[in-house]
Design a protein around this ligand. Sequence first.
Ligand SMILES: NC(=O)c1ccc[n+]([C@@H]2O[C@H](COP(=O)([O-])OP(=O)(O)OC[C@H]3O[C@@H](n4cnc5c(N)ncnc54)[C@H](O)[C@@H]3O)[C@@H](O)[C@H]2O)c1
Ligand SMILES: O=C(O)CC[C@@H](O)C(=O)O
Length: 524
Amino acid sequence: MFTILVADSISKEGLQPLLEMTNAKVIQKKVTDPESYLDEIDALLVRSATKVDEALLDKMPRLKIIARAGVGVDNIDVEAATRKGIVVINAPDGNTISTAEHTFAMMASMMRNIPQAHQTVKNLEWQRNDFIGTELFGKTLGILGMGRIGTELAKRAKAFGMNIHVFDPFLTKDRAGKLGVELCTLDEVLEHADIITVHTPLTAETKGLINEHALSKTKKGVFFLNCARGGIIDEQALAKYIGNGHVAGAALDVFETEPPGENPLLKFDHVIATPHLGASTKEAQLNVASQVSKEVRLFLEEKPVSNSINLPAISKDIYEKIRPFHQMSKQMGSILSQCIKEGIQELSITYSGTVTELETSYLTKATLAGFFKNRIAVNVNEVNALLTAKERGITVGEKISADPFGYANCLTVTAKAEEKSFVIRGTYIDNYGPRIVFLNGFNIDFLPEGNLLYIQHRDRPGVIGRVGKILGDHSINIATMQVGRKEIGGEAIMVLSFDKPLDDHSLALLNQLDDIVSLNRIHL
Ligand SMILES: NC(=O)c1ccc[n+]([C@@H]2O[C@H](COP(=O)([O-])OP(=O)(O)OC[C@H]3O[C@@H](n4cnc5c(N)ncnc54)[C@H](O)[C@@H]3O)[C@@H](O)[C@H]2O)c1
Ligand SMILES: O=C(O)CC[C@@H](O)C(=O)O
């Protein structure tokens, strides 16, 4: 049974895919509410009100996925989540149109003084001369950040006869041409635009993108809009430039601190504001809620998700092809980890045959996840596998080889420790399943599943019988047994599987037998 916490106000209709799950319970409470049962939560859904920081994550040991019903994930410590193997997803385009429309509405309102004029009429005044506006037609709109919202805004502004100048370091000239906008440098936009609007994410690079230095390059009488994130425009600098009459007005939906409280910007008549309403439409809220709900459900059903911030995106079709190898990679990593025991310096995987046509990097991460599973307390999965390896000084390598050792496909994983190495090879046989076909120098053939015992011994008559006798005397049923050897009388191995885990006492007795070199219990 999964427990899902919906911590912010999210459209109930959009939550339907989760509410319909028979194996999940949905709790709608703030994270500060004692009845949010943080230590039991598997999935967390938020908008921007809940700050998902490391301290909160520490209280949620079972958490597997955080879903942001919206675009910006700046209220989530994605780095900490990644370290803990928690997938972070968002709803990247569910509120694009609403936010573009809101920005346009703010721009039109600001240029025609609508909020201020509205207030006077409500106050029973009739001041027609105080509210002379400015047409949008023929003006230059500077858009900083030409992503989803910037692009939708540009379309609407073009329809109003505006010239669009854009700064976005990731926008190509070709795409700018197709969108009918002029690609500029930041300085060019600052120097020529009549109205400047920001639509970037808030990052270390965009924080203070519009600061005093940038403002000093703008035309006198310029207008500003921020419907993206507080802090992209430095509020102190903006207040200074509105105060000295250089900036003619600003329309703000977002603030450095929300709610903004006694913010000096709000004292200016020429500043209009809304309380972070960009995405506040019925349509956007339904879109983002149902987008993330569907994704969380897919994730809990162990199906691939598409809008992950920290997990490689993989389509459903691709995942269906990769799924058998995915499971086998995890099992191989786990076997390796339980056989080699000590710390390793290197883990390399060679792929050959048909598996090379798939997304092998995903399998490499799954192998690492399997390897770390029983070694470290942190949940390691495809999200944080490479980071975990790096933090532990393990070099991870991936190779493609033309030799599949006679199989249609084959994965060979080698772990190198200081003084020894261990090699495991597996193949997936259609309509049959995964098989481990090589273990530390021995050809073998077993199913990587359940409770296994890997015995290294000398190839002498009677060893198998003595092992069988001890197990039989202790009522331990051997489900399967596979043997392998290199040469007659030399080293040999056995891999046995049991219906239940082998107990310590029987293991100790087996260890005392002559000709036994080593024993490894493997639990998969
Ligand atoms: N007010 C609201 O309610 C509301 C609603 C939705 C989104 N947003 C915010 O709007 C912003 C844009 O959202 P989006 O969906 O269009 O995102 P997006 O990822 O589609 O677009 C962001 C664009 O910014 C560009 N960019 C990144 N760094 C830049 C830089 N240093 N200079 C210039 N451009 C840069 C990127 O190349 C990209 O094209 C985000 O901050 C998001 O959180 C606010
Ligand atoms: O949840 C909201 O209403 C704000 C959404 C918006 O800021 C976003 O980044 O998607």
